[in-house]
Design a protein around this ligand. Structure first.
Ligand SMILES: Cc1cc2nc3c(=O)[nH]c(=O)nc-3n(C[C@H](O)[C@H](O)[C@H](O)COP(=O)(O)O)c2cc1C
Length: 201
């Protein structure tokens, strides 16, 4: 038996070109911080130096990117590629961490699934445990509404759609931000289960 853990660290590493995915990232962060004992490490690609040492210490890493041309943004892909030496070649130092993802694009579908698959494969290459979104589908029946969580019907992660003619002050809508908050909380809760389970074992 190890010592009883008193806190976990959940990192969010994301890119946003125009602020919409940044809004979604902040909602994911709120969900993480709603869980007692969960500390947040918030990394904005393009603004922050990538804190490789701190990421190595984190228990979970949530990846976020806009969907551009049916995949992660070039900036996010550059971050992914940059993990090759300090993480993969250094002994796969993210192995057995929890992983999850979120993406935002203009169209409701917008080929976001391709981005999620790319993020999940990336996590798998690092030997991470991918966490899905366990919400039921929203807005898929006569009694559904665009205000429902998971209105876009994705399960690989938290999805958001931001109207192309709206700024990040109003898009994505509250239902997608609630979905993002839910996912951040779920990831922190699952991470606690894993950390406590490892300690008990
Ligand atoms: C280069 C580029 C490619 C895009 N490709 C897609 C796409 O494949 N599917 C989609 O639905 N929206 C696409 N969009 C729209 C963006 O995903 C959308 O505007 C999103 O809200 C941008 O997020 P950001 O403000 O965090 O950068 C694209 C936008 C740009 C600039």
């Amino acid at each position: 038996m190890g010592s009883t853990p008193t806190r976990i660290t959940v990192a969010i590493v994301y890119h946003s070109g125009f602020g919409h995915t940044a809004r979604q990232a902040r909602a994911v962060a709120e969900g993480v911080e709603a869980v007692e004992g969960a500390e947040l490490l918030f990394v904005t690609i393009g603004e922050d130096e990538i804190p490789w040492d701190k990421l190595e210490q984190a228990d979970a890493i949530i990846f976020g990117t806009p969907t551009y041309m049916g995949g992660p943004s070039a900036q996010f892909k550059a971050f992914q590629d940059s993990t090759s030496r300090p993480v993969f070649a250094a002994g796969r130092t993210w192995k057995n961490k929890v992983a999850a993802g979120f993406t935002n694009s203009a169209s409701h579908a917008g080929d976001k699934l391709a981005t999620f698959i790319q993020l999940a494969v990336f996590a798998a290459e690092h030997g991470m445990h991918w966490i899905n979104l366990d919400l039921p589908p929203g807005n898929n029946s006569t009694t559904g509404s665009p205000d429902n969580m998971n209105r876009l019907g994705f399960w690989m992660g938290a999805a958001a759609a931001s109207n192309a003619d709206e700024g990040p002050d109003v898009a994505p809508p509250e239902s997608d931000l609630a979905t993002a908050r839910y996912m951040g909380k779920r990831v922190a809760e699952v991470t606690w289960q894993l950390v406590r389970g490892k300690s008990a074992a």
